[in-house]
Design a binder for this molecule. Structure first.
Ligand SMILES: Nc1nc2c(c(=O)[nH]1)N[C@@H](CN(C=O)c1ccc(C(=O)N[C@@H](CCC(=O)O)C(=O)O)cc1)CN2
Length: 286
C-alpha cells in the first residue's frame, strides 16, 4: 500500500527563518533595525505559548521584539490607546495583537485601529483588499505558509483543482485568493456545501480548515492528492489532531501535512517575513 510524502512544516519553516535571518542582516546593514511589537491580552495559555514562540523566532531571525502582556480585564479603550501609541512610534515596524481577545474587546475595531503599514498579520481590511488586487507585500501568514508548504515540497499549483473546506476570513478566503494567484482552479466548500465528498474527490489539492475532527476521510481523497490540514483540534483522548483522518488518508494521498508539525509552524515563519516587509516599506527599501 502507498504511503504519502510527509510535508514537514518544521523543516520548511526553519528554512524560511534562515532566509529571513539573512535578509534581516541586510536590512540592518542599511541602518534599519526591524522591530515587532506583540500584544497579548488575558491569560489564554495557548496564546501565551504562541506569543513566546513569536519572541523566540524574532530572536533567531534578528528582529527586535517587544511584548505587552495586559490583564484579562483590559478595556477596549486601553488597548486602542496602546495601539495608537505603537502606530505613532517610528521605531516599531510591526504590530500584532494576539487573537482571541477577551469578550469585552471588539476584535474588528482593534484590527481596524492598527496602522495598515504595520499590520504584519495582514488582517486589516486595507491589506485584505490589496491582497485581492495584487498585494502590497504583506501576505496573510497561515495562507502564505500553506502555499510555501505546497511549493517547497515539490508540488505544482498551476492548473490544479484546489478544494478548500472552510471560508473563514483568516484561512479559507485568503488561501483561495493565493491559490488563484498561483493559477490554481479553486472551489471553496463550507458547512452548506452539498456532496462535499464528491467535490473533494475531484481535487488535486485539498486544504481543510474547519476545526472539526475527521472533516476529511479517506473516501473523500483522490489517489495522489496533496492534503493540507489547517485544523488544530483535540481528539477524544485529548490529543492534538487536525481535520484530516491522517492515518487512513496518508495511505491514499500523494502528500500530506501532519498536525502538529505541518501548517502551524509556518504561521510564525511567514510572520517573520512580514516583519521584514514592514521594516522595508517604512524605510523605502522595497
Ligand atoms: N494575531 C494573531 N492571532 C492568532 C493567529 C495569528 O496568526 N495572528 N493564529 C493563531 C495562533 N497562532 C499564532 O498566533 C499559532 C497557532 C499554532 C501554531 C503552531 O505552531 N502549532 C503547532 C502545535 C502547537 C501545540 O502543540 O499546541 C503545530 O501545528 O505544529 C503557531 C501559531 C490564532 N491567533
Amino acid at each position: 500500500m502507498m504511503t504519502a510524502q510527509l510535508i514537514d512544516g518544521k523543516l520548511i519553516s526553519a528554512q524560511i527563518k534562515e532566509e529571513a535571518a539573512k535578509e534581516a542582516a541586510q536590512i540592518k546593514a542599511k541602518g534599519v533595525n526591524p522591530c515587532l511589537v506583540v500584544v497579548l491580552v488575558g491569560n489564554d495559555s495557548a496564546s501565551q505559548v504562541y506569543v513566546n514562540n513569536k519572541k523566540k523566532a524574532c530572536e533567531a531571525v534578528g528582529i527586535r521584539s517587544v511584548s505587552y502582556e495586559l490583564g484579562a480585564d483590559t478595556t477596549e479603550e486601553e488597548l486602542l490607546h496602546l495601539v495608537a501609541q505603537l502606530n505613532a512610534d517610528e521605531a516599531v515596524h510591526g504590530i500584532l495583537v494576539q487573537m482571541p481577545l477577551p469578550m469585552q474587546i471588539n476584535e474588528e475595531k482593534v484590527i481596524l485601529a492598527i496602522d495598515a503599514k504595520k499590520d504584519v498579520d495582514c488582517f486589516h481590511p486595507m491589506n485584505v483588499g490589496l491582497l485581492h488586487t495584487g498585494g502590497n507585500g504583506f501576505l496573510p501568514c497561515t495562507p502564505a505558509g500553506i502555499i510555501e508548504l505546497i511549493k517547497r515540497s515539490g508540488h505544482t499549483i498551476q492548473g490544479q483543482n484546489c478544494v478548500i473546506i472552510g471560508r473563514s476570513n483568516i484561512v479559507g478566503k485568503p488561501v483561495a485568493m493565493l491559490l488563484m494567484q498561483e493559477n490554481g482552479t479553486v472551489t471553496i466548500c463550507h458547512s452548506k456545501t452539498r456532496n462535499l465528498a464528491e467535490v473533494c474527490l475531484g481535487a488535486d489539492i485539498i486544504v481543510s480548515a474547519t476545526g472539526k475532527v475527521n472533516t476529511v476521510t479517506a473516501d473523500m481523497v483522490k489517489a495522489g492528492a496533496v492534503v493540507i490540514d489547517v485544523g488544530m483540534n483535540r481528539n477524544e483522548a485529548g490529543k492534538l489532531c487536525g481535520d484530516v483522518d491522517f492515518d487512513k488518508v496518508k495511505e491514499i494521498a500523494g502528500a500530506i501535512t501532519p498536525v502538529p508539525g505541518g501548517v502551524g509552524p509556518m504561521t510564525i515563519a511567514m510572520l517573520m517575513k512580514n516583519c521584514l516587509v514592514a521594516a522595508k516599506m517604512q524605510n523605502n527599501l522595497m
